[in-house]
Design a protein around this ligand. Structure first.
Ligand SMILES: [Zn+2]
Length: 567
């Protein structure tokens, strides 16, 4: 995960325009005005951003109410500054000048485009915004206090997951799974109102619906996304079907039911968004007595992207009150980059640390200070998630583990299991992302349709799960992202595509005749050079499309990703 929510910028506005003499002076005036606006923004926001970053950090480390209050207050100060109508009116004029090609400095024009989208998002009437925030909070609270209730007994989320992972009793699994979905019914009404309110805000700002607006704010487009996901669907359908057949075979043995009788509660994860743990080898074994932090230090230093300063500022082990998750945050865009984690000696935390430190190397640590403040971050949330995933994947590579000096006891079994888990995870996750993207898009386009049915139509089609007979419940509402992180999920999938595409481009340049699945990057400083030059250095001076072309020579496609799960 990465803390900063990307605010995006519009594409295509920075194309070079041949200037006539008569427009030259006007352009110079527009460029000067834009520079002044940007400078004023920086002066105002640098201290606000830093304060919000530090407050966010403190609140997540301590869990104390007063720290959370400080975090909220810092965020409100930023939102209020972005909502200012007079500032926005001036920015709107500059953005029009930029669109007409009247700002002749590309970076200045890009800066204006990015700022425009940041401010645009906050131009919702204060009353409407208040209603949206209140509804969203109500939904979030309902999620926080909800406990699945089975036979009069409340269960925590981890208890639910434990049953779905371990129980052999289909009836019990079904009861627990159904109870875990109960939160959907609790939030259904509020969520439907929230969707209406979000759509209302979007139409007031001139967009057909909230989904279309969110995509615009993130420099994406619904038709293009569906086309990309259609291609991905084509490429994954068969391999997913085969992988699922194998999993179904094993699960049916575990639960003593026919494969045709397997139901959604048999797949371990309540949404079947990850691979059930059905393959034998113990991926944790190599990490049980390893020093995960030292492995990270050595690995990143070896590829020429040292992270000792990040580690020194980070908070990496469990303590009371602290957030149980993992994040990376860039506090000041001047190199104060930190990771919050709760390291335990297992494979999941090795992957998580490689992931978070991947975010850390793609930050103001390695984006030159010469890149203007507003643009001194990742090009897009999908590109930073992509880099994090590119490094994260090594935790399941035997070649990587052994070269890092750890022992793998039963190499053959490990390989078989690790490869399958890696591959299945990519496939299963990609089918699940299809459901999320298509459901959200359709829900905001037509909120009055039968959403219960839409959800299960998509789950059946893309995840090949069986709809429980006679079930008519708002199961989509039990996925917190639908409520609290709307129109965001597809970026995880696109991040996977980006990870694969950059890895393949890097291999083509640095390891032309080597099997790409055996490449480990270990000890090769050229990897850091490649990443710095091709991925990090532009910051957000390029949008995600431009950066993908800059880094890989091609547009973002599922081609490399497909090669990775075929291997
Ligand atoms: Zn992440």
């Amino acid at each position: 995960m990465n803390r900063r929510t990307f605010v995006g910028a519009a594409a295509g506005a920075v194309s070079a325009v041949a200037l006539k003499d008569s427009t030259m002076f006007a352009n110079e005036a527009a460029t000067q005005r834009a520079k002044k606006f940007i400078a004023a923004h920086e002066t105002k926001f640098k201290p606000l951003d830093r304060r919000a970053g530090l407050a966010w950090w403190d609140a997540n480390i301590s869990g104390k109410d007063e720290d959370f209050a400080r975090k909220e207050e810092a965020q409100n100060a930023i939102d209020a500054a972005l909502a200012d109508a007079k500032t926005f009116a001036e920015l709107k004029e500059l953005r029009e000048a930029s669109t007409k090609g009247e700002i002749d400095d590309k970076v200045v024009a890009r800066n204006i485009d990015v700022l425009y989208l940041m401010y645009l998002e906050k131009q919702v009437e204060p009353d409407l915004l208040k209603k949206i925030v209140a509804k969203a909070n109500a939904v979030e609270k309902a999620f926080n206090v909800y406990r699945a209730n089975v036979d009069g007994k409340e269960m925590t989320d981890s208890e639910v997951r434990k049953v779905l992972k371990e129980s052999k009793d289909s009836k019990r699994r079904q009861a627990v799974w159904e109870a875990s979905k109960g939160v959907g019914a609790k939030v259904e009404e509020d969520l439907k109102e929230l969707v209406q309110l979000r759509n209302q805000a979007a139409t007031k700002l001139g967009y057909p619906n909230f989904h279309a607006m969110q995509l615009f704010l993130n420099e994406q487009n619904g038709d293009e996304l569906i086309k990309l996901f259609d291609d991905l669907d084509e490429l994954t359908r068969e391999p997913f079907h085969k992988a699922k057949e194998e999993i179904d075979g094993i699960l049916s043995g575990h639960y003593f039911v026919k494969t045709t009788e397997l139901m959604p509660w048999h797949y371990h994860d309540p949404f079947f968004q990850e691979s059930p743990a059905v393959f034998a080898a113990d991926l944790d074994a190599p990490y049980r007595s390893a020093d995960l932090l030292k492995l990270c230090r050595d690995f990143y230093a070896g590829v020429g992207l040292p992270i000792d300063d990040v580690i020194a500022r980070s908070d990496l082990y469990e303590k009371k009150g602290k957030s149980p998750h993992a994040f990376c945050t860039d506090i000041d865009r001047e190199g104060d980059v930190r990771v919050l984690a709760n390291i335990v000696n297992n494979e999941m935390w090795m992957a998580t640390m490689l992931h978070e430190l991947g975010h850390a190397v793609y930050s103001s640590k390695n984006i030159p200070q010469s890149v203007p403040y507003v643009l001194r971050g990742e090009a897009h949330i999908l590109t930073t998630e992509g880099v994090a995933m590119q490094f994260e994947r090594f935790s399941k590579s035997r070649a990587w583990i052994e070269k890092m000096g750890l022992a793998v006891e039963n190499p053959k079994a490990f390989d078989e299991s690790a490869k399958k888990v890696q591959r299945n995870q990519l496939l299963i996750f990609s089918r699940w992302c299809q459901v999320m993207l298509r459901f959200e898009k359709s829900m905001y386009e037509n909120p009055k349709q039968d959403l219960n049915r839409l959800w299960w139509d998509l789950v059946e089609r893309y995840q090949e799960l069986k709809r429980p007979g006679g079930r008519n419940a708002p199961d989509y509402g039990s996925k917190i992202h639908i409520c609290s992180a709307p129109v965001y999920y597809h970026n995880y999938m696109m991040g996977q595509l980006f990870a694969s595409q950059v890895h393949h481009a890097l291999c083509a340049e640095l390891y032309p005749n080597v099997d790409r699945n055996s490449v480990t990057y270990i000890g090769d400083k050229r990897v850091g050079e490649f990443m710095k030059k091709k991925v990090f250095a532009p910051g957000c001076t390029l949008d995600w499309r431009g950066l993908t072309r800059h880094a890989t020579g091609e547009d973002l496609t599922p081609k490399s990703f497909a090669a990775d799960f075929r291997a």
